[in-house]
Ligand binder design. Structure first.
Ligand SMILES: Cc1cc2nc3c(=O)[nH]c(=O)nc-3n(C[C@H](O)[C@H](O)[C@H](O)COP(=O)(O)O)c2cc1C
Length: 313
């Protein structure tokens, strides 16, 4: 059983160290371990060209148009049975490099897209997507910050697991943790996270969340989109829509049972989303053929172009 530890922090800093501590725990559970630092890699940000999705949906396997170390990283992640990922908290959320990985996962690793594109490849005799994306996997996250500005990090992390539908086992935030390497309680927590993750990775199909309950009873997120003047609320992670109520003096989030089929981390919810995206992209393709579309885009192109810095030849 392979457990991959990934750090998004500075070399030999808090995240590197705590991922290594977690890997020590995983090793005690019999895991074969590997460690990767994101900042050692060349990971470009997603440009939104949608080449990956077009490639998926035309039976060409779903390759990204960018040439960097992301394919190598994805291969390592898909090869592992379990993953431990730790990011420094930047501006209350996960560091940008982690967000880059999340964007690059995006629609391309979405389980519904992989199932649809696999059928397309079968029917057209094209290239299959990487079918390791349909395998169950366990993943745990740590977010390490220097203060209590940390409210977005769990959601940023769990989004990575959402596309391929990997099971989040734990999603821990360490606040006020610049000195975490010498804080025994937190180090022990990371060690235990590694052990727990390895246990889950030994049988990823039965893996389940074992962390503290979140405010969303479905996905354990604490992050919500609220509408002023209403009790309506949307879970920022799984997209469940419902109402915030106060029961027995405690705030709770309630939603209709049948809404669960629309959850963004549920396969049926993913198929709904895939259909909506397909319809929307189709509409854009049609609109782009019109003179009106071309005229409007030309108007903006003629108006002004982006200023760039002067580069030395
Ligand atoms: C650009 C930047 C933004 C940061 N923003 C936050 C923040 O919003 N909340 C927080 O708790 N810590 C913040 N920090 C502190 C880092 O999270 C902290 O230094 C990090 O855990 C160090 O990890 P490392 O030693 O693995 O590199 C920020 C640091 C930097 C450099």
């Amino acid at each position: 059983m392979k457990v991959l530890g990934i750090s998004a922090g500075t070399k030999d800093g808090s995240n590197d160290s705590l991922v290594k501590e977690a890997l020590m725990g995983a090793k005690e559970e019999g895991a074969e371990i590997e460690f990767i630092r994101l900042l050692d890699l060349d990971i470009k940000h997603c440009t939104g060209c949608i080449a990956c999705v077009l490639s998926l949906m035309t039976g060409k396997g779903g390759k990204c148009a960018l040439h960097d170390d992301f394919e190598w990283l994805l291969d390592k992640m898909l090869d592992a049975d379990g993953i431990i990922l730790s990011s420094p908290i930047f501006e209350k959320g996960a560091a940008g490099i982690t967000r880059n990985v999340c964007d690059r996962f995006g629609p391309r690793t979405d389980r519904a897209h992989i199932i649809i594109s696999s059928k397309i490849a079968e029917e057209t005799g094209g290239t299959q997507p990487d079918l390791r994306l349909l395998k169950e996997k366990a993943i745990s996250f740590m977010g390490i910050g220097g203060s209590d500005w940390s409210t977005r990090v769990e959601c940023d992390h769990a989004m990575i697991a959402m596309s391929p539908m990997w099971t989040v086992v734990e999603n821990i935030v360490f606040q006020w943790s610049k000195t975490i390497v010498v804080e025994d309680e937190k180090v022990a927590k990371a060690h235990a996270l590694g052990r727990n993750l390895a246990k889950a990775a030994a049988d990823p199909a039965s893996a389940a969340y074992i962390g503290e309950p979140g405010f969303c009873p479905h996905c354990h997120s604490h992050e919500f989109y609220l509408s002023p003047g209403s009790t309506r609320a949307i879970c920022c992670l799984c997209g469940m829509e419902g109402d915030i109520a106060v029961e027995g003096g405690k705030a709770v989030f309630r939603f209709e049972e049948e809404e669960l089929g629309k959850a963004h981390d549920d396969l049926s919810g993913k198929f709904i989303h895939a259909d909506q995206i397909k319809e929307n992209e189709g509409r854009l393709i049609e609109v782009k053929k019109s003179d009106e579309y071309r005229r409007r885009v030309q108007r903006y192109k003629d108006f002004i172009s982006g200023t760039v810095p002067e580069r030395k030849a």
